[in-house]
Design a protein around this ligand. Structure first.
Ligand SMILES: [Zn+2]
Length: 416
């Protein structure tokens, strides 16, 4: 993109938010608040969110999940069948439509997937199956810590259906491993905690929590390298306090906060039984379908990436990990945008890809402003076209962390 043609939504205002991460996201022009617990995404924020979604989407497809789309608006009937109408209390948005029918904005979609599959899945031979969607969800939560508890948010939710417990365990493990890959590739520091099942029902669940200074849950985590053990107040082992021994590796637990970024549930027959999702078995008998569900909070991943990696100059997306979600791969910064330097900057812009780079071509910006803006957005590389080019034909490649090297113009695309 050409900077001169772009409205970046960046802000010099300090912002009124208590939460430092949200303040930074606003200053960098990623989000804009629409009231308590409601945010819109500006183009740069949406680019980053879109890349997180692409990443999650790729991994889900890689393990054979099939994409679906379930309506966010539901009639009360489905929820009465499952017995969850009213169970969410004030957290579920409910209302009557003009015909006097009771409706809700679905806070989750276990009911929806059962409805989608009922009548289609009839035999054990139709199983197993794994389905997912990435969509907006609504919960009338009390706003807290900006992007962490919002009334509308983006979630990847997936559901699997099985004839046997072994098949469910196998799929659960495969999704669990995919989640670990997704979070590791994004460069998120996280732990996994056992969780008591509450509103979702079922026999077992695990929570993935990003480690944070300001999160949404109190967390004790193992301090040993490579150990992902964590415990929250919702865990069966919630009695384990800071200083206690890690039950997995013997290391020591430390107190911190966490952001719930993923949650996986073995639901068993919690929904199929009440809603009548059954299959015929080989011996002619009928059986309730076994289910599991799997969620990832996309907006919370964005929050956690900023929280864990930002520095005083702005956002940071590490070049080989979370770099895949940076809004641009590189900023092209000519010392002046004229004559020879402008020609080289334009050449690099075309060669590296106009959609992947931000070309600072606005003559009204000082060089200091260009550097500051690139750092605020967390762009992993600056390609600086200046005196070295005039003298020796090379440009300076500077990483977001300040490491520099000089490369010839031709080598730039492969380096970034
Ligand atoms: Zn441990």
């Amino acid at each position: 993109m050409r900077r001169s043609e772009l409205t970046l939504f960046t802000s010099r205002e300090p912002g009124s938010q208590d939460n430092e991460t949200v303040r930074l996201a606003q200053r960098a022009g990623l989000i804009r608040q629409f009231g308590s617990g409601l945010y819109g995404f500006a183009p740069t924020g949406q680019r980053i969110r879109g890349r997180i979604i692409d990443h999650v989407d790729r991994e889900m497809r890689a393990i054979g999940a099939r994409e679906i789309s379930l309506p966010q608006l539901n009639y009360s009937g489905l929820w009465e069948e499952s017995g969850r109408w009213g169970e969410f209390g004030g957290e579920m948005f409910t209302f009557e439509n003009r015909d006097g029918k009771r409706m809700c904005l679905a806070p989750s979609h276990e009911e929806g997937i059962v409805h989608l599959l009922t009548g289609t899945i009839r035999s054990y031979e139709d199983l197993p199956g794994l389905y997912y969607q990435i969509s907006r969800k609504h919960r009338d939560d009390h706003a807290r810590s900006g992007l962490l508890r919002t009334k509308e948010f983006t979630m990847k939710d997936a559901y699997s259906v099985h004839a046997t417990a072994d098949s469910l365990d196998e799929q659960y493990e495969r999704v669990r491993e995919a989640y670990i890959r997704i979070f590791e590739d994004l460069d998120i520091e996280f732990v996994i905690a056992d969780a008591e099942n509450n509103l979702m029902g079922g026999s077992a669940s695990e929570e993935f929590l990003a480690v944070a200074d300001t999160g949404s849950a109190d967390l004790r985590r193992c301090s040993a390298d490579g150990c992902r053990f964590g415990v929250t107040d919702e865990s069966p082992q919630s009695g384990l306090e800071a200083g206690a021994e890690c039950p997995e590796c013997g290391g020591s637990l430390v107190a911190t906060e966490g952001v719930e970024i993923g949650h996986i549930f073995k639901l068993g027959t919690r929904y199929s039984e009440s809603m009548g999702l059954t299959v015929d078995l080989a011996d002619g008998s009928r059986q309730d379908v076994l289910m599991a569900s799997y969620g990832i909070g996309v907006d919370r991943l964005l929050y956690s990436l900023i929280e864990q990696h930002a520095d005083d100059d702005g956002c940071r997306w590490s070049a080989d990990g979370s770099g895949i979600v940076a809004p641009y791969a590189a900023a092209i910064i000519p010392l002046q945008y004229d004559d020879e330097l402008a020609a080289v900057a334009d050449y690099l812009y075309e060669d590296c890809g106009p959609d992947q780079t931000l070309l600072f071509d606005d003559p009204d910006q000082s060089i200091g402003e260009r550097f500051a803006e690139s750092d605020l957005l967390g762009i992993p590389y600056k390609i600086i076209v200046g005196n070295e080019f005039r003298e020796g034909g090379e440009v300076e490649l500077e990483s977001r962390d300040g490491e520099t090297e000089y490369v010839t113009v031709e080598k730039v695309p492969e380096r970034i």
